[in-house]
Design a protein around this ligand. Structure first.
Ligand code: SF4
Length: 432
């Protein structure tokens, strides 16, 4: 049985219990939320070394790090190195988006090495196999597609991005819309090319029940991909994007009825003042299903710094109720990320997620900040490092310039914290 089927039967699984412990909430809350479809636990029954992670309403905002090879660069070793960096930096999940080398071997190595939930986008491998075997993506067959999805499920992938909402009706809207950046989703582009060439409906939509059967068998969580996500601020929240979301809303219902856990992916490039609207739209149309956004990126012009662009958008999105942030690295739009890009991307997204959690009132979020403020007031540098998202960097920066006293080198002997303690005669609070 899937976690959703168990939850509906009123059963609290070991995975639900563990997620409850990690989040500091009641196990019944997890079970009831999974039954309602507002929380998922991506946990393929074949991913044996998995430590389950809950995603959804009432839980900490989670962060995904996407790694993987491209046709230009990457091997099993480079991707395992990125996996280690992602885990050490505090990512909650990892997606393997490999499109180069031995894709199956890379995926299998990542799953075996990861206690974090692993996600994939099977259409990438289907498209690349079709080029190898038949000379073109448009030559893939429906069976090719489902065979690869089955392979990913068999390998232990915990969640898969499937662009089921890219239908002929969404393409018609896209054509009428006349976007600036058209489609920037790789999976969406593969499928649209295939559908237009073959004059067929999207097989992931037409044979959705077949997909549900595969997902149900190993309890693979579906992440309904946004093939129409805007890749330019000019295209944000347009008719093509909304058309796809309406279709996805129906598919969420069908997945849940079939006992399959499901979440929904979202934009993309969005002006800051459209983020909350997008979150509300998704939450309303998809009946509270967990929302997973890429960024969002709040401007198009920050190449080289898009981890910051994504963190600004991610903070607003998380505060508005988004459950899951896909990180953006400084390499976004420019190149395949290296391990340092992965580290910076995870940290930036974790800042965004935590910022949102303070607003959401997630258990422990505000207390964490309070502890840091007290450590700052006490000039307790080791405690500040320990409480930092990146303790090593905190120590490194603090030790850059020596200070004569207990303060840091920023104000030295004119440290406001120390002066106020002296003038007010009030010590910093001890503990919290
Ligand atoms: S020296 Fe300045 S920056 Fe450093 S702890 Fe004191 S007040 Fe803060």
């Amino acid at each position: 049985m899937t976690q959703l089927e168990l939850a509906r039967e009123g059963i609290i699984s070991p995975q639900m219990r563990l997620v409850a412990q990690r989040e500091g909430v009641e196990a019944e809350f997890i079970q009831q939320s999974i039954a309602r479809g507002t929380i998922v636990i991506p946990a393929n029954t074949r991913h044996t070394n998995l430590v389950p992670c809950g995603i959804g309403q009432g839980l900490k905002t989670k962060v995904n790090a996407s790694i993987g090879t491209s046709s230009d660069f990457g091997t099993i070793d480079t991707e395992l190195e990125k996996l280690t960096v992602a885990i050490d930096s505090g990512a909650d999940t990892v997606m393997d988006l490999s499109t180069g080398g031995d894709i199956s071997a890379i995926r299998q190595a990542i799953i075996i090495s990861s206690s974090l939930p692993i996600g994939t986008v099977p259409i990438y491998q289907v498209g690349i196999d079709a080029i190898d075997r038949h000379g073109a993506i448009v030559k893939m067959t429906v069976d090719d597609l489902f065979k690869v999805i089955e392979e990913h499920a068999r390998d232990g992938v915990d969640f898969i991005t499937v662009h089921c909402g890219v239908t002929q009706s969404a393409i018609a809207r896209l054509k009428k819309q006349r976007r600036v950046a058209d489609v920037v989703s790789r999976g969406g582009a593969f499928l649209i090319g295939w559908m237009l060439h073959n004059e067929c409906e999207n097989p992931l939509y037409e044979y959705y029940d077949r997909l549900l059967e595969i997902a149900r068998e190993s309890d693979v969580t579906l992440s309904l991909g946004d093939g129409m996500r805007p890749g330019s601020l000019a295209d944000a929240t347009d008719r093509a994007q909304v058309e796809e979301l309406l279709i996805i809303g129906e598919l969420v219902n069908r997945a849940q009825q079939a006992g399959v856990q499901v979440m929904v992916e979202g934009p993309g490039h969005l002006p800051l003042n459209q983020i909350e609207t997008n979150v509300r739209l998704q939450k309303t149309i998809c009946k509270g299903a967990p929302f997973y956004v890429l960024g969002p990126l709040v401007t198009d012009i920050a190449a080289g710094y898009d981890h910051i662009t994504g963190a600004i958008g991610g903070a607003i999105a998380a505060a508005a109720g988004t459950d899951f942030l896909c990180y953006v690295t400084p390499a976004e739009h420019l190149s395949l990320p290296d391990p340092e890009d992965v580290r910076q991307g995870v940290i930036a997204s974790r800042i965004a997620a935590h910022t949102g959690d303070i607003v959401k009132g997630v258990k422990g979020a505000q207390e964490w900040d309070m502890k840091m403020s007290i450590a700052r007031k006490r000039l307790d540098w080791e405690e500040q490092a320990r409480l930092s998202l990146d303790p090593e960097r905190s120590r490194q920066v603090h030790n850059k310039h020596a200070s004569a006293g207990a303060a840091c080198s920023m104000c030295g002997e004119f440290c406001a914290m120390a002066l106020m303690e002296k003038f007010l005669g009030i010590s910093a609070p001890r503990g919290f």
